[in-house]
Design a binder for this molecule. Sequence first.
Ligand SMILES: [Zn+2]
Length: 343
Amino acid sequence: MKLLKSFLWGLLVSQTVGLAVDANDLEYWDFDVRQNRVEIVTEEGVRPKASMIANPTRLIIDLPGVNLGKPSISQDKISGYVKEVRLGQFNPYTTRIVVELGEQYSMRPWEVKVRSLANNRWYVQLSDFQPHSVYSLPPEEAPVAIIVPLPKPSSPSPSPSPGGRGRYTVVIDPGHGGRDPGAIGLGGLQEKRVVLSISAEVAKILRQRGFNVVMTRSGDSFISLRGRVQKAENSNANIFVSIHANAVGGNKTQVNGMETFYFSSGYRLALSIHRNIVREVTIARNRGVKKARFYVLRKTSMPAALVEVGFVTGRVDNRNLNSASYRKKMAEAIADGITEYLR
Ligand SMILES: [Zn+2]
């Protein structure tokens, strides 16, 4: 019986991993109005294709091999020039982003630049907008060039001295504590305990690497959200990382996975942490990097990210979060993400 059970667990876990590998995910996308560009973060190896089409004038960005995994999204009236940005599943193998310009505007396709900044990070830089009378597109699709920088020669990069890292102060914020247990999951597993264990390990690793670390709580004590932010501000922190565990009601034990949040300046930090978890803790389901108006993300003045390490109510996550070795692995991945960001 026990053997059968662990066999089924294995099956469940390997299936989850298999799914994540087969279809690439779109980790993040956004239209940056100020910079006038579309930013896309995919998994590694995805190569966008871009073209422009007339009537109405629109820029099409296809992401081959990317499964959106959710219904289409659209944002309209983005700016005076951009009427709408849509994101949808064009066919089973391709996710498509469409940037539709306002009726009276056009762009010269050869001035639109698709740039790769890293293996998985792309910018589609729109050009200056032209009134239609100045430039109108040909009736057929006009391709847009993709600019991929030449790979850098691989030489072992010198690692920064631990002395240099001492300049950085990292605030680690374990969620909840004291009279606030946070979420309570299967078997009575408490969020406050799970996240303190992971946070303490993150702090230990970062200190070993030479960083200056401040924890908003290092024991089972209550601290308000405002108190957490104040602590970060008072310590002149360079970054703020909050660690939480998720929960969902209604006995939905099938809901599992980790996700990372940012609000504004913490995007790159969130992405760096998230990617390291995805890479190192492969059995954790990837729910993506998301923007959220959490108090600690909005009120901190330094780049801030919030990691939800998993669901205490999820059958798979609950089992993992109960394991000290899993929590340690999660902590290492978070510390690696922070280290990578501060490099
Ligand atoms: Zn929480």
